[in-house]
Design a protein around this ligand. Structure first.
Ligand code: ADP
Ligand code: MG
Length: 326
């Protein structure tokens, strides 16, 4: 049964690449990184009931399991190439695996990512993906490169996924009310939660332009906090400049929207710093790629991330972002 499932996954994830000398089917894969590049590697796990509600659509899960990993490569400025998939399933369900593999394959095809191996085990539903990508030597976007005087930017819009999650949460008093919203508004938020877009092209475009970068997975303030800590600087954000989608604007009042944008998480946008001299090139290049980017703040002396209102007063945040073991 396990081997039937592996065959099924292999058949559906059909991206082939010349740099895969041996893929699924042996004890390990044999891969040929392009000469003269750095290999960039990352892994991320999704656990049922922690990272997604039980009963989440299998196709969406397959997409998201790869998307969150590609987002990490994007945040490094890397071009994705190969993936491994460790699947732990409560039962050997063909229909689940078919839909899951189709969702995974749909995004893999968009980025020419070859699935080269994995593991299939029985247990509580857990999905671990490993991804590999390449960057020219020394050009990866790291968290430790921000300097005082740099500007802070973010791609796309913030808070949509967290807004979508609110629409799904039956314990949220407003969930029912949100469901009354026009279908396309609600669907726009849910799509961002269930099928996030990893900003791979934006990440590569930022090589040589950005001084530091991170993907927004836990929440903007929490994630920028990592850049601040690793770079030994402080970051000030202008609350009014945080980009919001029309769907988020339609469904939430100002205070709720700001909380979702600043700390919601699951956005998979890229937050990054760059010198002011690069601003014009960055805004032009990222607008060309679609999604665009917005200037949201600046790098200052000190430490931590502060959210400021129009008068420069610090806005207190109830939470900064998602924390495991909190
Ligand atoms: P082994 O017992 O040697 O680890 P497995 O039976 O686990 O071998 O896997 C057989 C082959 O199938 C290997 O090439 C492995 O990488 C691949 N594989 C197993 N599970 C998956 C999966 N979920 N997705 C992709 N490849 C898989
Ligand atoms: Mg194995």
């Amino acid at each position: 049964m396990e081997f039937d499932l592996i065959d099924l996954i292999r058949a559906r994830c059909a991206v082939t690449r010349a740099d895969v000398h041996l893929g699924i089917g042996d004890d390990a894969a044999i891969l040929a990184p392009p000469p003269g590049h750095d290999l960039v590697v990352s892994t991320d796990t999704l656990v049922a009931g922690v990272h997604f509600p039980p009963g989440t659509d299998a196709h969406d899960l397959g997409w998201k399991a790869l998307a969150v990993n590609l987002s990490d490569l994007a945040a490094m400025g890397a071009t994705p190439a190969w993936a491994l998939l460790a699947l732990t399933l409560p039962e050997a369900s063909r229909t689940f695996v078919e839909a899951f593999a189709d969702g995974f394959a749909e995004l893999a095809a968009q980025h020419r990512v070859a699935l080269v191996g994995g593991d299939t085990t029985c247990g509580p539903l857990t999905i671990t993906v490993v991804v590999h990508g390449f960057v020219p030597p020394g050009q990866a976007l790291r968290r430790d490169g921000a300097t005082v005087g740099d500007l802070v930017f973010v791609t796309g819009t913030l808070g949509d996924a967290a807004g979508g999650l609110r629409c799904l949460d039956p314990r949220d008093a407003r969930a029912a009310q949100l469901f009354e919203a026009p279908g396309d508004t609600r669907e726009a938020l849910l799509a961002r939660l269930q099928r996030p877009t990893p900003r791979v092209a934006a990440g590569s475009a930022l090589r040589g332009l950005a001084s530091a970068g991170i993907d927004v997975s836990d929440g903007l303030v929490a994630d920028l906090g990592h850049i601040a800590a690793r770079s030994g600087v402080g970051i000030e954000l202008d609350a009014a400049s945080l980009p919001a989608s029309s769907a988020l604007l339609a469904l939430f009042d100002d205070a709720e929207r700001l909380a979702l944008q600043a700390a919601g998480g699951d956005d998979y946008e890229l937050a990054f710093t760059a010198s002011a001299a690069r601003e014009r090139d960055i805004l032009r290049d990222l607008a060309r790629l679609g999604g665009g980017a917005t200037r949201i703040g600046r790098v200052v002396t000190g430490s931590g991330v502060r959210l400021l209102d129009a008068t420069g007063t610090v806005i207190p945040l109830r939470r900064r972002g998602w924390e495991h073991f909190a």
